[in-house]
Design a protein around this ligand. Structure first.
Ligand SMILES: [Zn+2]
Ligand SMILES: [Zn+2]
Length: 271
């Protein structure tokens, strides 16, 4: 076995360490009974399987059942020039690889932030050695270095109409992907958990840590919301199956204002 998978976050590691650095960080957590490592073989033997589901034309969700680690749903965006695999999961099998290649050739693999690295290098190998793009500001978190890993910064139009940008917040390099052709041409944002699509489907949240409930300042939330105003988008997909189906651009602005108001104390009378 050439690499290990942290059972809690599902990020691949070249070496087993005493504790996974991503989980030991204040934004994640280590289980009470200690660090546990697993492997692709062990996960497959335990019955783990991948599946693809079409979310809308030219967009698929890729997940595993049972979920591995944080249990995200990867997004596969198809364009005429190839596909982007966003937020790769921490498991893969032959059926998942075939299912993705049936959609189209993958041009790049990009995680929104280190919690979503999954088995990104392994996915690259299975999909033909495609580049794995890692935000320069977060490169220290890559635990399985490999020549396929390339760093990037600022904005990158990775495919025609698919732009990667780094509003930051959750991690300094926290990334979203804007897909102009999505939602019937009204635009889609793949937001990772840089912007979290809430269960009410009509608001979003901005946090430094979701599991440990660490807030971001109003200034940072303003920066994130402002940085995305140059994009047109009507729909926003989070990194699970959470989605804001429509009016997402307006909802991001409204939710940012709500967050800033709460952080400033505007609503203290309600507490
Ligand atoms: Zn971990
Ligand atoms: Zn995260």
């Amino acid at each position: 076995m050439s690499f290990w998978i942290c059972a809690t976050c599902a990020v691949e590691h070249a070496e087993r360490t005493d504790v996974c650095a991503i989980c030991a960080d204040e934004r994640q957590w280590v289980p009470a009974d200690g660090q546990r490592w697993t492997t692709l073989t062990e996960l497959a033997d335990d019955g783990c399987r991948t599946s693809l589901v079409e979310l809308e034309p030219d967009l698929w969700g890729v997940s595993s059942r049972p979920g591995v680690g944080i249990g995200q749903q990867s997004k596969l965006v198809r364009t005429s020039a190839g596909c982007l695999l966003f937020d790769p999961i921490g498991f893969l099998d032959g059926a998942g690889v075939e299912g993705i290649l049936d959609v189209g050739p993958v041009v790049a693999i990009v995680a929104s932030h280190p919690h979503m690295y999954g088995v990104q290098v392994e996915w690259s190998r299975a999909l033909g050695g495609v580049p794995v793009l890692v935000a320069e500001k977060d490169r220290e978190w890559v635990a399985r270095p490999d020549p396929v890993v390339q760093t990037w910064s600022d904005d990158v139009e990775i495919l025609p109409g698919v732009t990667l940008t780094q509003p930051g917040g959750h991690f300094p390099g926290s990334t979203v992907a804007h897909w102009a052709q999505g939602a019937d041409g009204r635009g889609v944002l793949l937001s990772g958990d840089t912007i979290y699509a809430n269960p009410d489907r009509s608001s979003v949240s901005f946090m430094r840590s979701f599991p440990n409930r660490l807030p971001l300042s109003g200034a940072v939330v303003e920066r994130i919301a402002t940085s995305l105003e140059r994009f047109e988008f009507d729909r926003l997909y989070g990194n699970f199956d959470n989605v804001i189906p429509e009016r997402a651009r307006e909802i991001v602005r409204w939710s940012a204002n709500r967050h800033i108001g709460w952080a400033r104390g505007d609503f203290d009378s309600l507490t």
